[in-house]
Design a protein around this ligand. Structure first.
Ligand code: AMP
Ligand code: MG
Length: 485
C-alpha cells in the first residue's frame, strides 16, 4: 500500500472534549529520514518504497495528514514517584488515528495543551533509544509498543545549559495508548462513573474484546490487566530490563512496555540497580519493579472501584504476586534449560542462589545465560568463569545446577536445546546505544540501522558485531541516565 492509499480512522472523539485536544503537530525544521522499520511497515502493509519519498518524511513530521486522520493529544493524570499529578497528558505526542489495529503516534511533535513546562520536543538521543529498544524488547517476545520510523532535524532543542541538541520524531505504534493514568484522569471529572464506563468500554473493545458480552466485564477487564501486568513484570525481570520511570502514566492498560526513557538492560547483575539518575530513593530499582507494578494496579483499582465492586478488585489483586512469580520462575527455569513442571518443587532456591552468585561474581547478566547455552559441556565451565570478575560463587552454584539436571534426568545437551531458544547472543546495552547516538550526532546513521537489525535478530550471528556479544566494558556498566530527553 502507498501512503496515499493508507487510511486512518480516529475513534477517540466519542469522549467529551475535556479528554483530548484536537491539534496538528508543529513540524521540525529541515526534517530528514534517519531510519525506517520494515517489520513495522509490514504490520500496516505499507510499501517499503514509500520510505524513500519526501512525502514520508512530511508524514512523520506532521505536515502531511493522511486520509481519515484528525490529529489529537490525549489527557491523562498519574502518580509520579508516588505523588498524584492531576493533569498530565500527551505533552509532546500527537495521535494520528489507527490502521490494522495499530494506533499511530508521533513523539516530539511540538507543544500541546498538556505540555506543562516542556517544549513538546524529543531530542535525537532519546528518540534513537526508544526507536531501537522497543524493537529489541519485541524481539524477545516481551509485549511492547513498536516504532515505524525515525526522523531528525536541524531544530535546536535545549536540555542543558552547555549544548544545543536537535529535535527528532519517532513514529510509534501501539494497539492501545491508554494508561492507568488515563483512568485516573477520568475518575477525577464530574460524572466520573459515566466517563469511566465509557473509557472501560473503549478499552475492552480495543484490548479485551472477548469480554464485550460478559456481564462482569469491567471487573474481568481489571483482572486481565492484573495478569498482563504480572506477566510483563516477569519478562522484564527475566531479561534484566529496567524501565526507570514506572509512574502510573507510564503503565499500559494493555500490559505493554510503553514510554521508553532512562531504561536499561542490566549489564552485570545487581538486584538493587537503579537506572534512572533522578530516582534517588530507588523507587524504581530493578528488584522493586514487580512491587511498584502492584502499587500502580492498586491505584487503578481505586479508579475502577467507582464502577466495580472494590472488594472483588482487591481480592484479585492479591493474586498478582503469585501470577508474577509463577511466570518468572518458569521463564528463569527455561533460561537454565530446566522444566518447572517436571520438578516437584520449583527452582526458586536454585535461581535465587544463582542471582546471588552472579552479583558476587559481577558477571554480565544476559551473557551468562548465552554462555551457558553454548558451553561444550559441564566438565569445563571456563568460558563462564572467564566472564566473571570473581569466580567462586558461580563455581559453587554449578554443583547445584548439575544436581537439578540429574533430578530431571536431563542431559546438558537437552538443556542446551531449550536454552538456546530463550537466551539471545545479543542484547542492546546502553553503551551500544550511546555509540550509535555519538555517530548519529556527527551525521552517521549507519549504527542506528545496524543496531536496529541486531535488536530485531538477537539470536542470530552478526559477524561484524562480535564485540557486542562480549561483557559490557566495566567503565560503561550499570550507568544511570537522566529523565531529561
Ligand atoms: P514521561 O514520564 O517522560 O513519560 O513524561 C511525563 C509527562 O511529561 C508526560 O505527560 C509527557 O507528555 C510530559 N513531557 C515529557 N517531556 C516533555 C516535553 N519535552 N515537552 C512536553 N511535555 C513533556
Ligand atoms: Mg510518559
Amino acid at each position: 500500500m502507498t501512503l496515499e492509499q493508507l487510511e486512518l480512522t480516529v475513534d477517540y472523539f466519542e469522549f467529551d472534549k475535556q479528554f483530548y485536544q484536537q491539534l496538528n503537530a508543529t513540524p521540525l525544521n529541515n526534517p530528514f529520514l534517519i531510519s525506517y522499520n520494515k517489520k513495522a511497515f509490514d504490520l500496516i502493509e505499507l510499501d517499503y518504497d514509500e520510505a524513500t519519498k519526501e512525502a514520508f518524511v512530511s508524514f512523520i513530521n506532521g505536515e502531511k495528514i493522511l486520509k481519515g486522520s484528525t490529529p489529537y493529544a490525549m489527557a491523562y493524570a498519574g502518580h509520579q514517584f508516588g505523588y498524584f499529578v492531576p493533569q498530565l497528558g500527551d505533552g509532546r505526542a500527537i495521535n494520528l488515528g489507527q490502521t490494522h489495529g495499530w494506533h499511530l503516534q508521533t513523539k516530539g511533535s511540538g507543544l500541546t495543551r498538556y505540555s506543562r513546562q516542556g517544549d513538546g520536543r524529543a531530542v535525537l538521543r532519546s528518540s534513537i533509544r526508544e526507536y531501537i529498544m522497543s524493537e529489541a524488547i519485541h524481539a524477545l517476545g516481551i509485549p511492547t509498543t513498536r516504532a515505524l520510523a525515525l526522523i531528525g532535524s536541524t531544530h535546536g532543542v535545549y536540555r542543558s545549559f552547555e549544548e544545543v541538541e536537535t529535535g527528532a520524531v519517532v513514529m510509534r505504534m501501539s494497539p492501545s495508548w491508554i494508561r492507568f493514568g488515563t483512568f485516573e484522569f477520568f475518575a477525577r471529572q464530574n460524572d466520573a462513573k459515566e466517563h469511566l464506563i465509557q473509557l472501560s468500554n473503549y478499552v475492552i473493545k480495543q484490548s479485551y474484546s472477548h469480554l464485550e458480552k460478559d456481564k462482569a466485564k469491567y471487573e474481568k477487564m481489571f483482572f486481565e490487566v492484573v495478569d498482563n501486568t504480572a506477566h510483563l513484570m516477569a519478562y522484564w525481570q527475566t531479561y534484566g530490563f529496567m524501565h526507570g520511570v514506572m509512574n502510573t502514566d507510564n503503565m499500559s492498560i494493555a500490559g505493554l512496555t510503553i514510554d521508553y526513557g532512562p531504561f536499561s538492560f542490566m549489564d552485570y547483575f545487581q538486584a538493587d540497580c537503579i537506572c534512572n539518575h533522578t530516582d534517588h530513593e530507588g523507587r524504581y530499582s530493578f528488584s522493586n519493579q514487580p512491587y511498584v507494578a502492584r502499587w500502580n494496579l492498586e491505584v487503578l483499582a481505586n479508579c475502577m472501584g467507582k464502577i466495580c465492586r472494590y472488594g472483588n478488585l482487591m481480592e484479585y489483586l492479591n493474586t498478582f504476586m503469585f501470577t508474577y512469580k509463577k511466570k518468572y520462575w518458569a521463564l528463569m527455569s527455561k533460561r537454565l534449560g530446566l522444566d518447572v513442571n517436571s520438578s516437584s518443587n520449583s527452582y526458586s532456591s536454585l535461581i535465587k542462589q544463582l542471582l546471588g552468585a552472579m552479583e558476587s561474581a559481577k558477571v554480565d547478566y544476559n551473557l551468562f545465560f548465552y554462555t551457558l547455552s553454548t558451553l561444550e559441556s559441564l566438565e569445563d565451565i571456563t568460558p563462564i568463569l572467564d566472564i566473571c570478575v570473581y569466580r567462586q560463587s558461580v563455581q559453587e552454584w554449578f554443583l547445584e545446577y548439575q544436581k537439578a539436571l540429574k533430578n530431571e534426568n536431563k542431559t546438558f545437551d537437552e538443556a542446551k536445546a531449550i536454552m538456546i531458544k530463550i537466551n539471545p547472543k545479543y542484547m542492546i546495552k546502553n553503551y551500544m546505544l550511546q555509540e550509535a547516538i555519538e555517530k548519529a550526532t556527527a551525521g552517521d546513521f549507519s549504527l542506528v540501522n545496524d543496531l536496529l537489525y541486531i535488536a530485531q535478530n538477537p539470536f542470530n550471528e552478526h559477524k561484524a558485531f562480535e564485540h557486542y556479544a562480549k561483557p559490557t566494558p566495566m567503565q560503561f556498566a550499570n550507568l544511570q541516565l537522566s529523565c531529561s530527553s
